[in-house]
Design a protein around this ligand. Structure first.
Ligand code: ASP
Ligand code: MG
Length: 406
């Protein structure tokens, strides 16, 4: 007997037929002897609609009331699934965040879980019931409803799996796993049988939106085995596990891209201490995240060029902040370009292998693709290139690292 937490995303509970199919799936798992706790998202589209209502009243609404409104989608699906299970002869009951007590801080709209009181759920499981938990929500110390940030039901599921010491946290969604790259771009993309937490985190941070980043961080911290799988078929999905569980690492396990990048260059910046602080300080104050940064050595000895990237949505504001601080920073020219894409190759295998980066640069050079900025981490190499070459670059790299389906 395994103890499983099964989380069903919005598309998996999008209408009554699908909710009934979920109930059947849970019933089958129980028939096979597994103990099951369920976490549900709101029906597809519902959370967006609720956010829309709140923002129509005022974009500057009270965040505590915003959370009361947007948390309600999950309440509906939890109740409906508990009913559907009962209808199929499976004892079940719904649980809202405050009833279990998913304790969180008071950062409304993006609250962090500080603890889960699992006593009631243990009793419910011991009594042979299926607890159906509303995802995405918690409660503050002073009894206000919170939500965990968009996609937060994943985090609910992992936190629950950790609290219940579940054998596995299964994330049911509308894709059947994690792929080596975006199958819409590369027909030869293949489903990974396993991926490590760290690789998954890097992939999520560069655009692969399968799991909420925080859920993966939490799973890594508590060693919760996850599986991403489809609620529409029976095939096994992708396991997200600790590095020690993976016997043989591919050097590169995925190629990702993010089009949401913009490049800013400051030419002829004074080459003296404090200049970088003078540029990035005001950007940070404006809550603008800077990602890649390159600064050249200065040829003349007194000025240098500096290039960095921000998300495309922040470009206009970033340019404005820099122009307003022109006197303090002191630069010759300001150039910017939203037509860039960040392409990354990711793999824990590169820790122990040299040459991964040069292989990437060679593959791009062979296609005549110019690299504008490069950054690396222990398990990732990223390059910034012209957006027009996105598909070409991703396909070339996918082939170069031997990831194509055979
Ligand atoms: N319903 C919430 C959202 O759409 C939480 C989730 O689905 O994970 O963001
Ligand atoms: Mg999701």
């Amino acid at each position: 007997m395994a103890r499983l937490v099964k989380k069903f995303g919005g598309t998996s509970v999008a209408d009554i037929d699908r909710i009934q199919a979920v109930a059947q799936r849970v019933k089958r798992a129980r028939a096979e002897g597994d103990q099951v706790a369920v976490v549900v998202s709101a029906m597809a589209g519902v959370t967006n609609q609720l956010v829309g209502y709140a923002n129509t009243i005022s974009p500057l609404n009270d965040p505590r009331e915003y959370d009361v409104v947007v948390a309600s989608g999950e309440q509906v699906t939890a109740g409906l699934l508990a009913m559907a299970l009962q209808q199929q002869g499976v004892p079940a009951r719904s649980w809202l965040g405050w009833q279990i007590r998913f304790r969180t801080d008071d950062a409304h709209g993006k609250a962090r879980i500080s603890g889960v009181d699992d006593g009631e759920l243990e009793r419910s499981l011991a009594a042979g019931e299926v607890p159906v938990v509303a995802g995405f929500q918690g409660v503050t110390a002073d009894n206000r409803i919170t939500t965990l940030g968009r996609g937060g039901s994943d985090t609910t599921a992992v936190a629950l799996a950790a609290a219940l010491k579940a054998d596995e946290c299964q994330i049911y969604t509308d894709v059947d796993g994690v792929y080596t790259t975006d199958p819409r771009i590369v027909a030869k993309a293949r489903k990974l049988a396993t991926i490590t937490f760290e690789e998954m985190l890097e992939m999520a941070s560069v655009g692969a939106k399968v799991l909420q980043t925080r859920a993966v961080e939490l799973a890594m911290k508590y060693g919760v085995r996850m599986q991403v799988l489809s609620s529409f078929d029976e095939s096994p999905g992708t396991f997200v596990v600790g590095e020690e569980e993976v016997v043989e690492h591919e050097l590169v396990s995925g190629v990702t891209y993010s089009r949401d990048e913009a490049k800013i260059s400051l030419l002829r910046v004074a080459d003296r201490p404090g200049v970088a602080a003078g540029i990035f300080g005001p950007l940070a104050e404006a809550s603008i995240n800077v990602d890649m940064i390159v600064q050249n050595v200065s040829a003349s000895g007194d000025t240098t060029d500096l290039t960095f990237t921000v998300s495309e949505a922040d470009l206009e504001r970033a340019v404005d902040v820099i122009r307003r601080n022109r006197e303090d920073i002191g630069y010759g020219d300001l150039l910017f370009d939203p037509n860039v894409v960040k392409v990354s190759v990711i793999g824990v295998g590169m820790r122990s292998h040299a040459g991964i980066a040069s292989q990437m640069f060679r593959a791009l050079a062979e296609r005549g693709i110019n690299i504008q900025v490069i950054t690396t981490s222990e398990i990732k190499v990223s390059v910034l290139i012209d957006e027009a070459y996105t598909e070409l670059a991703v396909r070339a790299l996918h082939t170069a690292y031997g990831l194509d389906t055979r």
